[in-house]
Write a protein that binds this ligand. Structure first.
Ligand code: NAD
Ligand code: ZN
Ligand code: ZN
Length: 370
């Protein structure tokens, strides 16, 4: 069938809306009519080829939400008409998936970043029949329709607005999951969250919902820091103007128990480690452009744990419905992060996100009956 998709033709170039051909879903796949797709920083990382894959031309987008139109014959837990959120791809069969860690599936790269399916196939072709790199996070959802694998299609309740749910599939579950699934922070605990974009602010909301009593947000953007207070931050630090470890010791003389890093930056990660209390734990989430250097000797006597975390250690089939319930109960107001854009305005949405004007851009791509 013919669909409209946003194609990036070369490294760093703009998104171009084009008509392309989409194949029929395979036996374990699902065809989803996309209602909305969030824009995540990782889409820009891929546009800029920072991780060396996928190649160009490519269809990105990995926070899709929509309505199922077709299911393959080996898909039994989903049906036509279901409202769904698309998340990351995993095999569900390897020993890592079966141990409850699908975000670290042996075939994570193939299923999310390779630009094709795990079998090396493409769903999208241009009018000359030439394959387009696709299957980004097993969805490529900057498009009017997506094909996803049965594992990464999550059914959601029909009383939740599909227009806002897509970002739960990546950025929002990543930040919230780092706090709830990875660090499992305790009631009354303290946490520092560096970077107050969509991922960091989701961590702030999750820390608030987990009854942390000291939630310190660090950023270089005053507007975002101010906003983080509305979501539960008890203290904010602008690291351009203030010395982070010093300020944290003023707030908590023995140091902070937990840290989440969404910046991927050396100095920020080292500042967080210097601010941790003994046996403190740090979850590292942000994509880095340089290798990490640590002052190992200063930390050897501290008993710190550092975990590099993918997708907030989320088992999305359980975690996304949980976040929706928390949202509906007013405990996780992630809709406050969202600004909606028409699909045609994708380049404006990307620009606003990169300038820090918009926290979580969501493209409205299709309609659905409520
Ligand atoms: N590991 C994963 O599973 C996963 C999933 C989703 C996103 N990510 C990554 O997480 C990161 C955050 O994503 P996002 O969508 O929130 O991005 P974002 O760009 O909206 O947020 C990053 C924030 O960091 C701030 N920042 C930049 N330099 C800083 C500094 N020196 N000190 C303090 N703050 C600084 C920025 O002002 C911004 O507010 C990105 O790198 C993204 O690619 C990782
Ligand atoms: Zn697996
Ligand atoms: Zn993402």
């Amino acid at each position: 069938m013919e669909i409209t998709a946003a194609v990036v033709k070369s490294k760093g170039s703009k998104f171009e809306l084009e008509k392309v051909n989409l194949e029929e879903p395979g036996t374990e796949e699902v065809l989803v009519r996309i209602v909305a797709t969030g824009i995540c920083h990782t889409d820009m990382v891929a546009r800029d080829f920072v991780m060396g894959a996928p190649d160009f031309p490519v269809i990105l987008g990995h926070e899709g939400s929509g309505v199922i139109e077709k299911v393959g014959q080996d898909v039994h837990h989903l049906k036509v008409g279901d409202h769904v959120v698309l998340t990351y791809g995993f095999c569900g069969e390897c020993e890592i998936c079966r141990s409850g860690n699908p975000a670290y599936c042996y075939t994570f790269f193939e299923r999310n970043f390779s630009g094709a399916t795990a079998e090396g196939l493409h769903h999208h072709h241009d009018h000359d029949g030439k394959a387009i790199n696709d299957n980004f996070f097993s969805q490529s959802s900057f498009a009017t329709y997506s094909i996803a694998h049965k594992n990464n299609v999550i059914s959601v309740p029909k009383d939740a607005a599909l227009e806002i749910l897509g970002p739960l599939g990546c950025g929002i579950q990543t930040g919230a999951g780092a706090v709830i699934n990875t660090l499992k922070i305790k009631v009354g605990s303290s946490i520092v969250i560096s970077g107050t974009g969509a991922v960091g602010l989701s961590a702030v909301m999750a820390a608030n919902a987990s009854s942390a009593t000291t939630i310190i947000a660090v950023d270089i953007n005053d507007e975002r820091l101010e906003f983080s207070k509305e979501l539960g931050a008890t203290h904010t630090i602008n690291s351009l103007r203030e010395n982070v470890p010093q300020r944290i010791r003023e707030i908590l003389p023995n140091g902070v128990q937990y840290g989440v890093d969404t910046t991927g930056r050396n100095e920020v990660i080292n500042n967080t480690l210097q601010s941790l209390a003994p046996v403190g734990e740090l979850a590292v989430i942000g994509v880095a452009t340089k290798p990490l250097e640590l002052q190992t000797n200063a930390f050897l006597t501290k008993g710190y744990k550092i975990k590099f975390v993918n997708q907030g250690d989320s088992v999305s089939e359980e975690f996304i419905p949980k976040l929706i319930k928390m949202y509906q109960r007013g405990q996780f107001p992630f809709d406050k992060l969202i600004r909606q854009y028409a699909f045609e305005d994708i380049n404006q949405a990307v620009e606003d996100s990169e300038k820090g004007k918009t926290i979580k851009a969501v493209l409205i791509i299709g309609e659905y009956s409520k």
